[in-house]
Design a protein around this ligand. Structure first.
Ligand SMILES: [Zn+2]
Ligand SMILES: [Zn+2]
Ligand SMILES: [Zn+2]
Ligand SMILES: [Zn+2]
Ligand SMILES: [Zn+2]
Length: 287
């Protein structure tokens, strides 16, 4: 019969095997429910907690208190802190984690609307003093950043690409300025097409700039545009022939086909609702 100690050891071995593949807190928490042994193993494994990743679904539940509790498990060794769209985390909550985890090298907090530029700059200042090395900061979607804030941040994070947003050279607003994938743009020193998405129209797939001399194709996602090359290869709605970009591909209404050999087909949301192919409201269209 297996004794408890043996069992505990095997749990640990399994855990160490799956550790590198566990990225989000959600996965960890669901494992937590598995068994008491596993729960204890997770609690004792501080290496697990060097990366804290909180993504939507869980984001809305994260308060300053819960964040502080989760971060405390790393025993001051937290390296990566990723909080996406955590609307309840405040400057104070973030600062508390930063102050007890000076080794953080990546602070990724896009769309955390309660955070302020001042709060974030304070954290960055703290994470770069005494030779501590913050390398990456993502703040896209946090309100209120001006070019003065960005200038202050660049004092602490001077490396190109360390911060995800910058001052758009065209509109002077703080926004993401993607690198153009067009070869002639990459090679030219002027980089005339540098600009945020409001100033320069770009293919959402390959980020190539779409000037007046290029053929621009509309995607089904509404607002997104594509270059001809990307448009050609993406699967298209069987009615309007518009494709979804990769990041919106979840919006496809797949059409069930009894013929296995047939190519998978889909309808875009607009065509799906307009045509009433939804079996649940098909009757509404019979007069
Ligand atoms: Zn701009
Ligand atoms: Zn493209
Ligand atoms: Zn370009
Ligand atoms: Zn369509
Ligand atoms: Zn799209």
């Amino acid at each position: 019969m297996k004794n408890e100690e043996e069992e505990e050891r095997s749990v640990h071995e399994v855990l160490l095997l799956v550790l590198p593949y566990l990225h989000s807190l959600f996965e960890l928490l669901s494992m937590n429910r598995v068994s008491r042994l596993l729960k204890n193993a997770i609690r004792d494994e501080t290496a697990l907690w060097t990366n804290v990743v909180i993504e939507p679904l869980l984001s809305s539940r994260l308060t300053d208190e819960i964040l502080s509790e989760i971060a405390s498990k790393s025993a001051g060794k937290l390296k990566t802190l990723i909080l996406r769209q955590c609307l309840r985390v405040t400057d104070k909550g973030l600062r508390r984690v930063v102050d007890s985890n000076p080794l953080i090298t990546k602070m990724i907090v896009p769309g955390c609307l309660e955070l302020t530029p001042e709060g974030i700059i304070g954290c960055v200042e703290s994470l770069t003093k005494n030779n501590h090395k913050l390398e990456t900061l993502h703040i896209n979607g946090v309100y209120g950043f001006t070019k003065h804030h960005i200038a202050a941040l660049l004092n602490y994070l001077p490396d190109v690409g360390a911060i995800d947003v910058e001052v758009c050279p065209k509109c002077d607003e703080v926004r993401m300025v993607p690198a153009c994938s067009r070869r002639s743009c990459k090679e030219s020193k002027e980089r005339k097409c540098r600009g945020c998405r409001f100033c320069v129209s770009r293919c959402v797939e390959c980020l190539v700039c779409l000037g007046s001399d290029t053929e621009v194709q509309e995607a089904a996602c509404g607002g997104d545009v594509l270059c001809l090359e990307c448009w050609l290869v993406l699967p298209k709605c069987r009615f309007c022939n518009k494709p979804y970009c990769t990041s919106h591909s979840g919006l496809r209404q797949e059409i069930e086909d009894t013929d296995d050999a047939a190519r998978p087909m889909f309808e875009c949301q607009a065509c799906y609702y307009r045509a009433g192919t939804n079996p649940y409201d098909a009757f509404d269209y019979q007069i």
